[in-house]
Design a protein around this ligand. Structure first.
Ligand SMILES: [Zn+2]
Length: 135
């Protein structure tokens, strides 16, 4: 069991450290990076929404849905966001919101990082659970 401070936003322990370990694994395996890096980043942000504008959060929600439910690929994603947003989204709030604790059915704490294949599956499960939780 990992010990440390519980994150007020996602509810996982030492989530920033976990996020960094996940990114390290992605950089170590280019296949894994290509498969889930965009998903990892969006999921992390959606479970830490305090700093983001409503507009940016709405964009992340619909993007995650397009990736998981319609199989949007990273290169399609790039074209799709250029066409739909052209960089006009104001990403951050002027003043970050107070952290709102949410009940997430799955957090980064549930993602296993010991094996690249399991990792890819876990990240996809994590993304699906977030889509369920925010529905
Ligand atoms: Zn957190």
């Amino acid at each position: 069991m990992v010990e440390g401070p519980v994150c007020p936003e996602c509810g996982a322990i030492l989530c920033r450290d976990k996020f960094e370990s996940m990114l390290a694994l992605e950089f170590q395996y280019p296949m894994v990076f290509g498969a889930v890096h965009h998903v990892t980043v969006i999921c992390y942000n959606l479970q830490h929404p305090a700093a983001f504008s409503e507009e940016a959060l709405a964009w992340m929600r619909s993007t995650l849905r397009a990736i998981i439910e319609e199989g949007l690929t990273p290169s399609e994603l790039r074209k799709w966001s250029q066409k739909n947003f052209r960089g006009h989204v104001k990403v951050l709030r002027k003043v970050p919101d107070k952290p709102r604790s949410s009940e997430w059915s799955m957090t980064m704490a549930d993602v296993h990082i010991d094996d690249p294949e399991t990792y890819v599956n876990d990240v996809m499960e994590w993304a699906k659970s977030i889509l369920q939780d925010i529905r």
